[in-house]
Write a protein of this length. Structure first.
Length: 122
């Protein structure tokens, strides 16, 4: 999911600004894909074990990916501010969106369906 979010956070603004006149090479898209995958490989398990143990996996993936995309998009919109310029704003925005989506999901989602590990079949 991190690789997909990384590519979308580069590709969507690129297409908005440039259109389909000039599409990026696959090598250009490989960098955000690898960075997003590496970041997601560390952050997703930490958030899942820390906050989202009782949330269904698909729901956790969908909500945190959407939070990452919204946060990264907000980072693109604010990328011209002097305190956090450029690509750092997108990365920080994506991470903040990811964490906020996880926190929100922790307090609003009910438990995952299925038997509890403490249920006994008598």
């Amino acid at each position: 999911m991190g690789a997909i979010c990384g590519v979308l956070l580069l590709l969507v603004p690129w297409l908005v600004m440039e259109g389909f006149r000039w599409l990026p090479d696959a090598g250009v898209l490989l960098v955000p894909a690898l960075f997003g995958a590496a970041l997601g490989a560390v952050a997703a398990p930490a958030l899942a074990w820390g906050l989202l143990r009782h949330v269904a996996l698909g729901r956790a993936l969908a909500h945190t990916a959407l939070g990452t995309l919204l946060g990264g998009g907000l980072g693109w919109a604010l990328a011209r501010n002097p305190w956090l310029p450029g690509l750092r704003a997108v990365i920080v925005g994506g991470l903040v969106g990811f964490v906020l989506a996880g926190v929100r999901l922790r307090f609003t989602a009910g438990p995952a369906r299925g038997p509890s590990p403490t249920d006994r079949a008598d």
